[in-house]
Design a protein around this ligand. Structure first.
Ligand SMILES: Cc1cc2nc3c(=O)[nH]c(=O)nc-3n(C[C@H](O)[C@H](O)[C@H](O)COP(=O)(O)OP(=O)(O)OC[C@H]3O[C@@H](n4cnc5c(N)ncnc54)[C@H](O)[C@@H]3O)c2cc1C
Length: 454
């Protein structure tokens, strides 16, 4: 039996990052990583494999290169059982690997709802598996009527990428909520996203629920709960993901309320020698410490940097998930961090918002000049930033990360209004019109009005 100081199970965003972090923090330890697949998809790039990137084969992480560069042994295999007492992992081929510290980074699988007919040919959930995705790509190249279930990030990105390469395909997205991307943006941002999709010829059926997938053997139509039917020879399910917890559960580790592997703030499971990170791990919200079902690659790598650093000494603490998203629809970038105004009100916060829109160049006639809007959500009493949304110029994809930094440091509206920014005519809005700072100033004005009116 081969024994390593550190064994990581899972070779995607969380597993690779945990192994590389462990190497940086513990130079002399032996580290091995076991993963199922030879070719590792870049998960966030999957929608683009159906369009601009060209194929799942072009959307790969250089996993072996990263591991060998960092002195991590790479094992291809499927771990079928863990024995926490003897500190061993058994592979499906019978091989046994020992460890001092174990990191579970077994990720998630797409949610497949128990809708009648959802096993028919032509229906795909988005698995992070190159062969499966190649089959989906082939089906997409043949299809005439594509129906996407779920108007979240995966749904809208795949719809756009399908349209980009196959303009004649009829594309519909069915969403049971009232707006597209509703779980992440306030209504004004959702409407902008919906307009962008409609302009590209993508049909949206909102407030609509799929009742059944119908057809002889393969999918022919989708029956909605209101009785209407949609012609469809391909369907893609983009409605969420469930944590891969079978190994952990069977080994006797605690499972949390959202069905992730229970971890503490150091990413340690109920067995102190076992850590978990990424989509398989239970999460809590940064805002109220309550369980959170968010699953993002950016969260997975953040948690992996905590788990990897803490394996033999406590170095880092998880403050909980903020939830930072970005995407681009047409030429318009959308970003969100933390709570929307709607979510903050639902959680009982007394809030004030500030919005500022300006061209991201000065003067605005400089090449590349594009409007960029920032909306910030503050708690009224203590003025602390709890959320932000951006839309417009593609620089918004990075600006939302600044918003996340401000949230994580619990900055107030005044802190942001006094933020020292670097501006340049060819790169940003002018310092007078800088959207982030001005949105905070506008919110301060709103707070003063609110105070004046009691
Ligand atoms: C289409 C799509 C687009 C996305 N876009 C974004 C985005 O833009 N931004 C963002 O932040 N997030 C995005 N996400 C979410 C992101 O992909 C996940 O949060 C991320 O992949 C989680 O990484 P992970 O390493 O925890 O798990 P996974 O990526 O699920 O990887 C789990 C790994 O564990 C291995 N494994 C599991 N069980 C075993 C076992 N028993 N033995 C051996 N190996 C095992 C798997 O083979 C795999 O290598 C997207 C997801 C999808 C599906």
């Amino acid at each position: 039996m081969k024994k390593n100081d550190v064994l990581v199970i899972g070779g995607s965003a969380a597993g690779l990052t945990a192994a590389m972090t462990a190497r940086r923090h513990y130079a002399t330890k032996s580290i091995a990583l076991v993963r199922r697949e030879k070719k590792v998809s870049i998960p966030c790039g999957i929608p683009y494999a159906f369009g601009i990137v060209g194929s799942p084969e072009k959307n790969l992480m250089p996993a072996d290169e990263l591991l060998s560069k960092n002195g991590v042994d790479s094992v291809l295999g499927d771990v079928s059982a863990l024995d926490l007492k003897s500190k061993t992992a058994t592979l499906a081929n019978g091989e046994t690997l020992g460890y001092e510290r174990l990191v579970l980074a077994t990720g998630s699988e797409p949610l497949v709802p128990p809708i009648p007919g959802c096993d028919k040919a032509g229906i795909f959930a988005i698995r992070k598996d190159v062969d499966y995705l190649s089959a989906a790509l082939e089906a997409m190249d043949r299809c005439r009527n594509l129906c996407i279930v779920g108007c979240g990030f995966i749904g809208v990105e795949i719809a756009e990428e399908c349209k980009r390469r196959r303009p004649s395909v009829n594309i519909r997205i069915v969403e049971m909520l009232t707006h597209c991307l509703q779980l992440v943006y306030d209504e004004d941002f959702c409407l902008k996203a919906e307009n962008s999709l409609k302009e590209q010829g993508i049909e949206l059926l909102l407030d609509a629920k799929v009742a059944a997938f119908e057809g002889e053997k393969a999918l022919e139509r989708i029956r909605l709960a209101d009785g209407n039917a949609l012609e469809a020879d391909m369907a893609i399910l983009g409605i969420g993901a469930v944590a891969n917890i079978a190994l952990a559960r069977e080994a006797g580790l605690d499972i949390g309320p959202t069905r992730g592997v229970q971890v503490n703030r150091y990413m340690q499971t109920s067995d102190p020698a076992v850590y978990a990170c990424g989509d398989c791990a239970e999460k809590v919200s940064f805002f109220d410490g309550k369980p959170s079902a968010l699953k993002l690659a950016s969260i997975a790598t953040m948690e992996a940097r905590i788990a990897g650093a803490n394996l033999f000494a406590t170095n880092r603490v998880n403050m909980g998930v903020i939830g930072v998203y970005s995407t681009v629809l047409g030429e318009c970038a959308f970003g969100a961090a933390g709570l929307t105004a709607t979510q903050a009100l639902e959680k009982g916060y007394d809030i004030v918002t500030g919005e500022s829109e300006a061209i991201n160049r000065h003067p605005g006639c400089m090449p590349g000049g594009t409007p960029l809007k920032v909306k910030l959500v503050f708690e009224t009493g203590n003025q602390v930033l709890i959320g932000g949304q951006v839309s417009g110029a593609k620089s918004g994809g990075e600006l939302i990360n600044t918003v996340s930094a401000c949230i994580s440091r619990r900055m107030t509206a005044d802190d942001i209004a006094m933020f020292q920014t670097g501006t340049h005519p060819a790169l940003t809005a002018s310092p007078v019109a800088y959207q982030l700072v001005n949105a905070a100033e506008i919110a301060i004005g709103e707070m003063q009005k609110k105070r004046a009116h009691g």
